[in-house]
Design a protein around this ligand. Structure first.
Ligand SMILES: [Zn+2]
Length: 65
């Protein structure tokens, strides 16, 4: 039986990440904490400052890093 190995960065890139985003409503920096997978949000994300809901499936551009 071989060992299971993780493929480093390639593996990590496919995981869901928590990303802090500027709120598109009130423009609070890092106001929205979103779960992101492959640059698309997973589940609704709520702004901590104004309560704006960023809906699931929102595609983030230019946030690759
Ligand atoms: Zn907001």
């Amino acid at each position: 039986m071989g060992k299971i190995e993780f493929a480093g960065c390639q593996y990590v890139r496919n995981q869901t990440q928590i990303v802090e985003l500027e709120c598109p409503n009130c423009h609070e920096p890092d106001g929205v904490e979103a779960f992101v997978k492959e640059q698309t949000t997973v589940g609704d994300s709520v702004c901590a400052a104004c309560g704006y809901v960023l809906p699931e499936g929102t595609v983030l551009y230019g946030r690759d890093q």
